[in-house]
Design a protein around this ligand. Structure first.
Ligand code: IYR
Length: 229
């Protein structure tokens, strides 16, 4: 007996004029998203973070395994611990592990090893990737396209937070094994990204950088192929 038991797709076509409007509005909204490194301590309803996680969890995934776990941290002591360990690793990275070329690439972003946002933001959400799962019988079963799946979920999380009026940062303290220990996650979970979540600080500044225009990120057709043939 096959375990494939399809159901009808729930899908409604929308009016093309409305699609044009919606897509334009979405682009405008998302154009204003910025990675934020300076947070207000103002509280944020936990239900908003939960909803952003639910939205992220609608991401497609290899064999529909949904190989992600979002750990929400709001405890000050835990945040302090995470900050301490992250800064320890970052100090080593900035002072000796990162080659000059990397440091040069980061210069316009103004980053350094000091990470106050790890305690300022009301939440730290740590995203873990599940390399494999244990089924009901306790057998190891592997996951598929884990980085791709978790990366898509991360992108949807960032988008959801922005559209609901919150700020975040895709932070990757490196190496980030310490997050597994501090948050007591099992061996099948690998830290993937850390997101501080909250409102930007009153005086928040961001790097003066621009996004690539469409014609630098969208390639039309294959080289040498005639477009209207
Ligand atoms: N993890 C370090 C360095 C860093 C690396 C990249 I690539 C960035 O886009 C930004 C920072 C840090 O968080 O400072």
């Amino acid at each position: 007996m096959s375990r494939y038991k399809p159901i009808p797709l729930d899908f409604q076509r929308q009016d093309p004029a409305q699609m044009e409007q919606i897509s334009k509005r979405l682009l405008e909204q998302l154009e204003s998203r910025r990675s934020v490194r300076s947070f207000s301590p103002d509280p944020v309803a936990p239900a908003l973070v939960d909803r952003a996680i639910q939205i992220a969890s609608t991401a497609p995934s290899g064999a529909h395994r949904q190989p992600w776990k979002f750990v929400v941290v709001d405890d000050s002591q835990l945040k302090q611990k995470i900050r301490q360990s992250a800064e320890q690793e970052e100090q080593r990275s900035y002072s000796s592990r990162m080659p000059q070329e990397w440091l040069d690439a980061l210069e316009p972003l103004g980053t350094d090893a000091v990470k106050p946002y790890l305690v300022e933001a009301p939440y730290l959400v740590v995203l873990f990737a599940e390399t494999h799962q244990l089924d009901q019988a306790g057998h190891k079963s592997r996951n598929y396209y884990v980085s791709e799946s978790v990366g898509i979920a991360a992108g949807m999380f960032v988008t959801a937070l922005h559209l609901m009026g919150l700020a975040t940062l895709t932070h990757t303290p490196s190496p980030m094994g310490f997050l597994r220990e501090i948050l007591q996650r099992p061996a099948n979970e690998r830290p993937y990204l850390l997101f501080p979540v909250g409102y930007p600080a009153e005086q928040c500044e961001v790097p003066d950088i621009e996004r690539k225009p469409l014609d630098q990120v969208r390639i039309r057709n294959l080289p040498g192929r005639d477009e209207d043939s």
